[in-house]
Design a protein around this ligand. Structure first.
Ligand code: NAD
Ligand code: TYD
Length: 342
């Protein structure tokens, strides 16, 4: 079977490429990635010489390039991870999010319609449901929760989801969608909360917590997400949405304190800074559907996963050091230089 995996040089996509090559030795994986600031070819180095793997640099919005890849590779499955993924960047510059996340998704599905496909899978996010109040711990996102987005990022992902469901209804395209909570683990780009705090703490630099730090996210170890997508792609029902998350709710401030403790750094590094605009309060997934239909459950508890993740960043400085010494410095200055301490 041939699989096109878009965005496979990013965080979750690369973990999925590794998962597939390990769990499905007969699978041929064609990774299509534009290599934006978030894509990193060095991540894929361990599999570059694998005869079952091919890397193609291409933009998912480039119709000619995508059609050519379909003609050459005749994929059976497409798993679309490629996206602009950082909420703070979407607040600064929404345009590129609309282009890649919406137009790119439509282009990939048009190719699937033209050349035929067993399954198109869209990797989406729980952020399409908006947020939940902190004082209602009894509430969770189900697949029936209305779409109610907050940021340009989540709006672009929700738009893509609507298109995916429309292509199913209108053209009968065999699709599935997964809406997952926050991932963490190896190869997470250091602009996101957990790797940013680990790397800043290692350098004894301030740990910039937005607002009061009481925002809650439902954290999932990336390998658990990859297993869920594998199950949905092969055994999920056409036209269905599956929520993916594991009741691992944590307040931001508590995560940052755990990282300080694990690294032996003082909590005095923690600095409360100006809040994110439109900052979602709480995300929490009800994973009953994927559990009942596909038998999926998360395997890694947060307390173990965060230790493994910190260990990985300690052992893999040669992966993240080149990232943070490049244009990341300008990004950091732009995003954090103007955030006041509150
Ligand atoms: P990431 O930013 O680490 O990686 C994105 C990858 O997509 C990069 O390799 C980048 O080069 C590539 N890309 C971007 N624009 C492209 C384009 N136009 N054409 C081809 N490639 C392009 O993102 P991630 O955290 O790995 O997220 C992957 C997917 O999972 C996204 O669709 C995201 O919305 C979704 N998701 C992420 C999380 C999370 O916690 N990170 C949670 C739920 C869902
Ligand atoms: P992030 O990793 O950007 O994921 P998302 O916004 O998609 O959930 O942020 C996770 C949480 O951490 C979110 O509530 C914002 C907060 N945060 C900070 O407090 N400081 C930071 O420097 C970053 C990047 C995030």
């Amino acid at each position: 079977m041939n699989y096109i995996v878009t965005g496979g040089a990013g965080f979750i996509g690369s973990n999925f490429v590794f998962h597939m090559l390990k769990e499905h030795p007969d699978a041929r994986i064609i990774c299509v990635d534009k290599l934006t600031y978030a894509g990193n070819l060095s991540t894929l180095k361990p599999v570059m010489d694998n005869p079952n793997f091919r890397f193609i640099r291409a933009d998912i919005c480039d119709r000619d390039a995508i059609y050519k890849i379909f003609e050459e590779e005749k994929p059976d499955y497409v798993v679309n991870f490629a996206a602009e993924s950082h909420v703070d960047r979407s607040i600064e510059n929404p345009g590129v999010f609309l282009q890649t996340n919406i137009i790119g998704t439509a282009t990939m599905m048009d190719a699937c319609r033209k050349y035929g496909i067993k399954r198109y899978h869209q990797v989406s996010t729980d952020e399409v449901y908006g947020d939940l109040p902190l004082d209602r711990p009894d509430l969770f996102f189900t697949e029936e929760t209305p779409i109610h987005t907050s940021s340009p990022y989540s709006s672009s992902k929700a738009s893509a989801d609507l298109l995916v469901l429309a292509y199913h209804r209108t053209y009968g395209l065999p699709v599935t969608i997964s809406r997952c909570s926050n991932n963490y683990g190896p190869y997470h780009f250091p602009e996101k909360l957990i790797p940013l705090m680990i790397i800043n703490a290692l350098h004894d630099e301030p740990l910039p917590v937005y607002g009061d730090g009481l925002n809650v996210r439902d954290w999932l170890y990336v390998e658990d997400h990859c297993r869920a997508i594998d199950l949905i792609v092969h055994r999920g029902r056409d036209g269905e949405v599956y929520n993916v998350g594991g009741h691992n709710e944590m307040k931001n401030i508590d995560i940052v304190k755990m990282i300080c403790k694990e690294l032996g750094k003082p909590e005095s590094l923690i600095t409360h800074v100006t809040d994110r605009k439109g900052h979602d309060r709480r995300y929490a997934i009800d994973p009953t559907k994927i559990h009942n239909e596909l038998g999926w459950l998360p395997e890694t508890k947060f307390a173990d996963g965060i230790k493994k993740t910190i260990r990985w960043y300690l052992d893999n400085e040669d992966w993240w050091q080149p990232i943070i010494s490049g244009e990341y410095q300008d990004y950091y200055e732009k995003m954090y230089g103007s955030r006041e301490e509150v």
